[in-house]
Design a protein around this ligand. Structure first.
Ligand code: ATP
Ligand code: MG
Length: 686
């Protein structure tokens, strides 16, 4: 039987419902949902999209922007489930049209390809990840002689960070230096030259870096004709996690929806944790008055995620914040169990504690995947990963080292990228040096020969290779021409992999494991419609590393979740463990002193705590290792509990030590002697 229309609305509370049906029939004034963690913001957004579709909106004209590709696909699945309650089987056909769902960067890349010709961009542009960008920055820095003559000139990573911050914050270089990189303040002129040369290099090579995807998009919106096309393309634009957007992203939204009609943004200012990437909490705070008519504001105050004890502890932590937009979250989920504050001796004990607890929880029915271990920086989970591996507990790690960071994976992707765009120097450089006998200078010469030639393939064919490389060169040229020719995807992936394999064996001792990675990557490649889509998707949102060989695990397997707090945004688990809840880690040492930075650290802890549904463990090792791995063992400090849990809120937690302290010697119960074994032993020989 067909459900009553709008059946899914009954699942929502009144405030959520009002956000879902806002603007019924017309686009409606801009909508802001601002509310605390776990109050159903994302859920409400999914219902809103489903409702729009049920009421006849064209899904192809809905733009949905989330914080990760994973979040986008989860959202689309959810929309389909909700819509199915009314539309039944027709829902999947409708939601298939919901193709404009993804991160700002991924959406930007698609729009830029669509409009490339109009803005003088070559649609075959390739995208540089942060490492490629740093490589190009470094290359330019060398070319300009900045690394040689000025030995104290900022390192390539710092240069890239300054460049990126300036672009994303839409700020003046001087202002960015003064605020965030004061030690580089003396290099203004050199940095300007560096950045303009860097921009020229990117253009000459037809590559865009992450920041360009937003920057070009924003500039494209300033061209009246294209702006008009873009505006008429989407009826509805919805953005989750709006508190972590930057100036450039806000400018793009304002350009796409100048009157704000049809625009919905969702977020929580108390969870803003990306200012290091130029995110502006002001975006969400200023949203209500950004448009000609004031935005409709919906706040939600009931938390559906956590038990009251978890929520009260999290509220107490954020309640200490300097500027607080008070949100009193409440919940109906009662629990007698307070969050645990666990004192352990060191890293090793911390790892042990977590393994023990995780296994106990699994015994009593909580699957591994309903449990998560969160930490500030990726390397903090090192000792835990070792212990998990030793005990055969499978895990997947989010936000840490990516599958793509492995050299062999990068090699193969660079090869495909180079074929996609022969002007991409960073890719070309990497690929050519895989051949024996070709070093940086020969690779550079070859890339230049390609640029001078009418056709890059001719450039390769007639390039005078060093003698040692002569043997392998023809096969490389042949592969390159094949990949440049009529494309056959994913067959081209296999072709590239087969060419690479002998080099892999020559270059790496553990070739077998690496070969397995590449086969895994080949499977992923098969799931993408074209080489360009594969490269774009992987560069913008790479798969996460796992405990297995590599690559994402099968969905039916059970595995523990390891994640940085930043990557855990928006998610929830039954049991949550937070590593290193100590001063020096949360807050990180660097942040102490700067008030804004310190406040962001507090929000980071708040985000971590509010991921928990039932149980929360904050682990505080008494010794915390600074500057990297504890394996080196020499740089530890005696740590104390994070300052964000001051004495007067300690009663929200249950305090335990692990392993439990031994009972005091005097109070050990004295056993009675039951059998006189001595006499018995002597008796044996009688
Ligand atoms: P965060 O700030 O962490 O992103 P959020 O506000 O987006 O959180 P959701 O993730 O949407 O919150 O919801 C938290 C949990 O509450 C989810 O498990 C969701 O299914 C559940 N939930 C939300 N609204 C309701 C409701 N009206 N009835 C029952 N459960 C709900
Ligand atoms: Mg959410």
């Amino acid at each position: 039987a067909a459900a009553a229309p709008d059946d899914y609305l009954a699942e929502l509370n009144a405030a959520q419902r009002s956000a879902v049906v806002h603007g019924e029939g017309s686009a409606g004034e801009p909508l802001l949902i601002i509310a605390g963690a776990g109050s159903g913001k994302t859920n409400t957004l999914a219902h809103r999209v489903a409702h729009l579709i049920v009421k006849g909106a064209d899904p192809r004209r809905i733009l949905l922007m989330t914080f990760s590709r994973r979040a986008a696909s989860e959202m689309t699945r959810r929309v389909e489930r909700i819509a199915a309650k009314v539309l039944g089987d027709k829902a999947s056909v409708m939601t298939e049209g919901l193709t404009w769902a993804g991160t700002f960067h991924a959406v930007g890349a698609r729009l830029l390809r669509d409009h490339a010709l109009e803005i003088g961009l070559d649609a075959a542009f390739t995208i540089h990840d942060r490492e490629d960008s740093a490589d190009l920055m470094s290359f330019v820095r060398h070319e300009l002689g900045l690394s040689r003559t000025e030995s104290r000139f900022p390192a390539k990573g710092t240069c890239l960070a300054i460049y990126s911050r300036t672009v994303n914050a839409q700020a003046e270089l001087e202002a960015v230096l003064a605020k965030s990189f004061p030690w580089c303040g003396g290099w203004v002129e050199e940095l300007k030259t560096l950045f303009s040369t860097y921009v020229e290099a990117k253009q000459a090579q037809n590559v865009l870096d992450y920041d360009d995807l937003l920057l070009w998009w924003a500039h494209m919106c300033e061209e009246p004709v294209i702006a008009e096309q873009l505006r008429s393309r989407f009826d509805h634009i919805l953005v989750d996690e709006y508190q972590d957007t930057n100036r450039l992203q806000a400018a793009i939204l304002a350009a796409l929806k100048p009157d704000g009609r049809g625009l919905t943004v969702v977020g929580d200012d108390a969870q803003s944790i990306y200012s290091f990437r130029a995110a502006e909490v002001r975006n969400i705070l200023d949203f209500p008055n950004l448009f000609p008519e004031p935005a409709r504001i919906v706040t939600l105050d009931r938390n559906y995620r956590s038990t009251n004890t978890v929520l009260e502890a999290a509220n107490a932590v954020i309640g200490e914040a300097a500027d607080r937009f008070s949100k009193n979250l409440w919940t109906e989920r009662r629990s007698a169990e307070r969050p645990l504050l666990v004192t352990v001796r060191d890293d090793a004990a911390q790892a042990n504690y977590i393994c023990n607890r995780v296994l106990e929880e699994r015994e009593s029915g909580t699957a591994l995947r309903a449990q998560a271990v969160l930490f500030r920086a990726s390397h903090h989970s090192g000792p835990l990963e070792v212990e998990l591996t030793r005990r055969n507990i499978p895990f997947i790690k989010f936000g840490g080292l990516k599958f793509l960071d492995a050299a062999h994976v990068k090699d193969l992707l660079a090869l495909l990228r180079f074929a996609e765009n022969p002007r991409d120097r960073v890719a070309g450089f990497r690929v050519m040096q895989l051949l024996p006998g070709i070093g940086p200078s020969a690779a550079g010469a070859a890339v230049e020969a390609m640029e001078r030639a009418l056709d890059p393939i001719l450039g390769l064919q007639f390039f005078k290779v060093p003698t040692r490389a002569e043997e392998d060169w023809p096969a490389f040229v042949e592969l390159f021409s094949a990949l440049r020719g009529r494309s056959a995807w994913p067959a081209d992936f296999e072709r590239a992999r087969l060419w690479y394999e002998p080099h892999l064996e020559r270059l790496h001792e553990d070739a077998a494991a690496r070969r397995a990675d590449l086969l895994q990557l080949e499977q992923i490649a098969g799931g993408h419609p074209s080489r360009e889509r594969f490269l774009t998707d992987l560069t913008l949102d790479p798969p996460d590393a796992t405990s297995g060989e590599a690559g994402p695990p099968h969905l039916d397997e059970d595995y523990l979740i390891l994640s940085t707090i930043h990557s855990a945004k928006g998610q929830e688990w039954t049991k949550v463990f937070v590593l290193n809840a100590v001063d020096g880690c949360i807050p990180i040492d660097l942040a102490v002193g700067e008030r804004d930075d310190l406040e962001e650290e507090r929000r980071l802890l708040y985000v971590a705590m509010t991921r928990a549904k039932d149980t929360l463990h904050l682990v505080t090792p008494q010794r915390f290792y600074v500057n990297g791995q504890s394996a080196r063992g020499d740089r530890h400090v005696y740590a104390s509990r994070t300052r964000f849990i001051p004495d007067h809120i300690l009663d929200r937690f249950e305090h335990i030590s692990w392993p439990p302290p031994l009972a005091e010697p005097g109070r050990l119960p004295q056993p009675e002697v039951r059998i006189d074994l001595k006499t018995k032993m002597r008796g044996m020989w009688r």
